[in-house]
Design a protein around this ligand. Structure first.
Ligand code: NAD
Length: 412
């Protein structure tokens, strides 16, 4: 990466803030995170030895509401990455007009190297370490890469052991702890909805489009499943082990039960095995990167043949790749719009916890599509009115709202 991840996101913020002519006082506040916590997270390993990890929680901006953002576990996670992801959450929440600021958490660890008990211990230790700066009206966590409902249940329990029953401190929880039906699929459902809206705006429709999905975790699986259910032809999918290609379309419902925890795509006998490099180069109508940040950068962007790229992952394109694709006429639907179904679903769960009222899955999905559609329309309007790319348009909508809240609160 030529520059830090945080400064890459900062370039997008700057470009939109300049077009909006945002005053210096506000820009100073938007440029830096409000709070960064960097803690030691010690546990006793199963063999009795002491293990110590680094854990981070970055609260980027809280002008519009409590901080909100996921928690990821990954060996490459560092403070810079968490700062960047926290910033993305600020603009995403504002773009969806949710009453949240932006935050992110992470721990530098390989969850595959820990036993379930060690993973639980590290989650509890981290939660206790940051318990002073999180809470239902302060900062709310959610699942992200390598964390899931089970991890959220541990976070909730560890926090509640000190603060009292507090389901609203995390979203993406198990249903029996206050989770809501629909949350697990929400990010993927939002990605598919925004993809369909973009295609409609371009005079096409999702049915019959040839889709390639990179990443087969929570987001990628659901994108593949829901897009196929709407008639898209999923020709390629991949995970960290490589990908699978079927020219006539993968039978996604048949594949899904075969791939799960501990089973990678390279082990599943479906279609042809391809590498991740080959996957990005497939001839298709829509490419959906749904794995990790900077998956497409200056080194591999020239291989991309899709005319439409939908960023299901956070920051899957480096700024260099983003610029090259735009120059080549490729339409890029930005992460802060495309994957915002996750935080929108989290908002429904949080609301449900605070009001102690259960939403039906049907109500959840209907509201989710309404929120995604409104956000898409606001971005598309800016895009056509101001003749800017979709990413700049999305940042312009988000920054306008955060800047106005900052002014109204007298912060700048
Ligand atoms: P996950 O851990 O469930 O899945 C990640 C997937 O990416 C796995 O299939 C993994 O094998 C694959 N992968 C890892 N390295 C790869 C590589 N080099 N090439 C191809 N595949 C690779 O994570 P997730 O929750 O699905 O999140 C994926 C992305 O979506 C992340 O950028 C995350 O921040 C973003 N996101 C997630 C949510 C959510 O609700 N989970 C919400 C918004 C955004």
């Amino acid at each position: 990466m030529p520059s830090s991840f945080y400064s890459s996101v900062g370039q997008y913020v700057d470009r939109a803030a300049t077009l909006l002519d945002v005053e210096d006082g506000v820009r100073i506040l938007l440029a830096e995170p409000y709070r960064q916590v960097d803690v030691q997270v010690p546990i006793h390993a199963d063999d009795g030895s002491v293990l110590s990890f680094r854990g981070y929680r970055v609260q980027h901006n809280g002008a519009r509401g409590p901080f909100k953002g996921g928690l990821r576990y990954h060996p490459d996670t560092d403070l810079d990455e968490v700062r960047a992801l926290a910033s993305l959450m600020t603009w995403k929440s504002a773009l969806l007009d949710l009453p949240f600021g932006g935050a992110k958490g992470g721990m530098t660890l390989d969850p595959g190297a820990l036993s379930p008990r060690e993973l639980e211990a590290v989650t509890r230790s981290f939660t206790h370490a940051i318990s002073g700066v999180i809470g239902p009206n302060l900062d709310i966590l959610a699942p992200d890469v390598n964390t899931d409902a089970r991890v959220m249940g541990w976070v909730m329990d560890a926090y509640s052991s000190r603060a009292g029953w507090s389901p609203a401190v995390v979203t993406g929880k198990p249903l029996d702890l206050g989770g809501v039906s629909g949350r697990v699929q929400a990010t993927g459902r939002g990605v598919v909805a925004v993809t369909a809206s973009t295609l409609t705006a371009l005079g096409r429709s999702l049915a019959g489009q040839r889709l390639v999905v990179q990443g087969f975790g929570n987001v990628g699986r659901n994108v593949a499943e829901l897009a196929a259910a709407q008639g898209a032809v999923v020709v390629g999918i991949s995970d960290e082990s490589g990908g699978r290609y079927v020219a006539d379309g993968i039978d996604v419902p048949a594949l899904l039960p075969q791939v799960g925890p501990g089973v990678l795509l390279k082990e599943v006998p479906v279609g042809d095995f391809i590498t991740n490099a080959e996957l990005l180069a497939l001839d298709c109508d829509v490419l959906v990167p749904a794995a990790l940040e900077n998956a497409i950068d200056g080194s591999n962007v020239s291989a991309v043949r899709a005319p439409l790229v939908v960023e299901a992952a956070n920051h899957p394109l480096s700024p260099e790749a983003d610029a090259k694709l735009r120059e080549g006429g490729v339409i890029v639907v930005p992460d802060i719009l495309a994957n915002a179904g996750g935080v929108t679903g989290s908002y429904f769960e949080w609301t449900s916890n605070l009001t102690e009222f259960r939403w039906s899955e049907e109500q959840f999905n209907r509201q989710l599509l309404d929120f995604m559609d409104r956000a898409f329309q606001s971005v598309w309007e800016r895009h056509t009115e101001r003749r800017v790319d979709l990413r700049t348009a999305a940042y312009m909508v988000g920054i306008t709202r955060v800047a106005e809240a900052t002014r109204l609160r007298g912060l700048a």
